[in-house]
Design a protein. Structure first.
Length: 657
């Protein structure tokens, strides 16, 4: 990974040096030529011509070598691309000037050839600078990873280079340490600042078994972790790889521009030949015919067309990464704008993906906190998901039990029993309390009301008396409802897809505002349902987080993975939402639309500009309006088009997504 940013920086430095050399040699050329209004030629021909030759030759053959070499490579592949178009304009002006110098004609176009190289280099330098800003941000991420790690070797802490850490190593972390590699917490609990990945500033509490991201900060506890991913497999390395892959890929619009460049090579050469022939046939002097011909060829060089989409793509993908939206390639960035239907998996996408305590209903006169504290004493001894949710809720509220549960017994399909302070505690469903001959009384009505709202019920009883009921559900993410409304404002329809029971899925859909639901769908059927929507003519995006979502993610026109999901889901998707926030789906679509809008503006400008400029440069309006564009002015106007395109693309940074 490190070599790519270094190579990009080296290439940018090379283009920058060539630009400054070209500019330093072009300025005296322009002053010598008398092109600047109000400044007469400082030196007359033929001396001026030979000085022009000396100044222009290094500009064309060294500063502009990348375009000449690119032309040779393109011709060997039997293709016509932007390099061929640029080289055609440059060499037409340069070769014609050499010929005029040899025959001792006072008029030459060395300054036009030099200006063309200088302006094109400037445009490419600006494009590379926009790319480098994102690359620098990625390198800053890598700088967050400490150079060394504290590894346990033979029971002793040893400081080693981060690059030597291998999967399976045990690492010790102290408060304030930066985490070296991705891993899993194996001993102790702590708070971790993962804002570099999630964008959330609040530290996240981690307990054994929780995942840790390299580059994040261990805030509070002294803990031990096990390395699970190192080197290019870490989250940070994958983020950098995704962004670089996107910036180096070509959008469909760019491929269209490349094809247009091939046509414009023919148009440029044809325009030059036709212009020279037409003026010669009309009886114009050789120099006038040549001037119009060179102007037509120079202005037909649409460097703006070559900058139109890659600059917008570089800025768009960088802006997405800044907002924790990773887009894998330029085609995806462009394709997102066409999405009209978003299919959401329910569990882990619209919902949190884990059971969460949502309701605590004690019996009349009881206390909700005491009910939760008592339940947690036994729940902490169980691995059942509902018990884990109860234990986690008590911990989050700081309700540590002042007593411990003993003689914990699992009752299959019902719950658990235990001894607490010398009495029997029962924690489970209504069947468990009936088995223990405990009367639910009025608590049954509270339980029925919670069940009607889709809650899973856990009753709590101590000493043969029911204390209350706890409602547990897979809680809906706080941002889900707003995300659906945001998509609707963009004209995008949302669909909920899940393998859960219809009543549960419909309840979740109603709460977040989704009208269309596919429930009780087996994992292998999810892709079929996405395909059904595509057959209806819908351009679809699928949002999911699990292994069973991977086929549907691959089937959809755009696959979007929640960042907290599985590696399989992330590999199958084209977009990764690192904050695991469904609201970022609308943000990604809005980013795509803003980027594509800039692409279309740039392509339209570059194409229309050239179509209108070539006839003017060729002298079509010379007799009627007296319009004439000398090659130097043509080069200046061509550069103005490129600068407009670059500035327009850079304005994308201000887009509100």
């Amino acid at each position: 990974m490190a070599s790519d940013p270094a190579m990009a920086a080296s290439m940018e430095g090379d283009i920058r040096r060539r630009f400054w050399v070209a500019l330093a040699l072009t300025l005296p050329l322009v002053l010598l030529s008398g092109t600047v209004p109000g400044i007469p030629p400082l030196i007359r021909a033929p001396a001026a011509n030979w000085i022009g030759f000396v100044l222009a030759t290094p500009v064309v053959w060294w500063c502009g070598w990348m375009f000449l070499a690119g032309t040779v490579a393109a011709l060997r592949r039997r293709t016509l691309d932007m390099s061929v178009l640029i080289a055609t304009g440059v060499l037409a002006a340069y070769v014609a000037s050499v010929y005029l110098t040899v025959i001792r004609d006072p008029a030459t176009y060395y300054d036009a050839a030099a200006m063309l190289v200088t302006f094109v280099l400037f445009g490419h330098w600006m494009e590379m600078k926009s790319r480098r800003r994102t690359t620098d941000a990625l390198r800053a991420l890598f700088a967050l990873v400490p150079p060394s790690a504290r590894v346990l070797r033979n029971g002793q802490e040893v400081n080693v280079a981060t690059s030597t850490v291998v999967v399976g190593d045990l690492l010790r972390l102290r408060p304030g340490d930066k985490i070296s590699v991705d891993g899993e917490l194996v001993a102790g609990d702590t708070d971790v600042d993962e804002s570099l990945v999630t964008g959330e500033s609040a530290p996240i509490h981690k307990t054994p078994g929780a995942s840790l991201v390299g580059g994040s900060i261990n805030v509070s506890g002294a803990v031990t972790m096990r390395a699970t991913k190192v080197g290019n497999d870490t989250v940070l390395a994958q983020i950098a790889a995704l962004v670089q892959r996107a910036q180096n890929s070509k959008a469909p619009g760019q491929r269209l521009a490349d094809k247009a460049a091939g046509v414009l090579v023919v148009v440029a050469v044809g325009a030059g030949v036709a212009t020279f022939a037409a003026w010669t046939i009309s009886g114009a002097p050789f120099l006038k015919a040549l001037t119009f011909a060179i102007s037509a060829v120079v202005i037909a060089c649409p460097d703006a067309l070559g900058l139109a989409t890659p600059t917008a793509v570089a800025i768009g993908t960088g802006l997405g990464a800044k907002h924790n939206i990773l887009i894998k390639d330029a085609a995806t960035l462009e394709g997102l704008c066409r999405v009209r239907t978003v299919v959401f998996d329910k569990t882990g996408t619209i919902t949190e993906g884990r059971p969460t305590v949502t309701d605590i209903e004690p019996t009349p006169g009881g206390n909700a906190d005491e009910l939760l504290r008592t339940a947690a004493a036994a729940a902490a001894q169980s691995t059942h998901p509902l018990s884990a949710a109860i234990a986690r809720a008590a911990t989050d509220k700081g309700l540590a039990p002042g007593f411990s549960a003993t003689a914990v017994q699992n009752v299959p399909g019902m719950g658990i029993t235990a001894r607490v302070n010398g009495t029997t505690l029962a924690l489970g469903n209504a069947a468990l309390l009936e088995r223990e001959q405990i009367d639910l009384g009025a608590l049954r009505f509270a339980g029925d009301a919670l069940a009607a709202r889709g809650r899973s019920l856990t009753y709590v009883a101590v000493g043969g008396q029911a204390l209350g009921v706890i409602g547990v559900t897979d809680a809906i993410r706080p941002t889900s409802a707003a995300a659906i409304r945001d998509l609707a404002s963009l004209g995008v329809t949302s669909v909920l897809l899940s393998g859960d029971a219809t009543v549960t899925v419909e309840r979740v859909a109603k709460e977040v505002g989704i009208a269309r639901v596919f429930a009780e769908v087996r994992p292998e059927q999810k892709a079929d349902y996405v395909q059904r929507l595509q057959r209806e003519g819908q351009v679809t995006a699928m949002v999911g987080d699990g292994v069973n979502d991977a086929p549907a993610l691959a089937q959809a026109d755009i696959g979007i993975a929640i960042g907290a999901g599985t590696d399989v889901a992330i590999q199958a998707a084209e977009v990764v939402l690192m904050k695991s926030d469904p609201a970022d789906v609308a943000h990604a679509i809005r980013l795509s639309r803003a980027t594509v809008r800039k692409m279309k503006q740039n392509l339209a400008w570059a194409a229309v500009y050239n179509v209108l400029a070539i006839p003017v440069a060729a002298g079509a309006f010379y007799h009627s309006l007296g319009w004439i564009l000398v090659p130097q002015i043509s080069a200046l106007l061509m550069s103005g088009s490129s600068i407009f395109v670059a500035v327009n693309a850079v304005s994308l940074r201000r887009a509100r997504i």
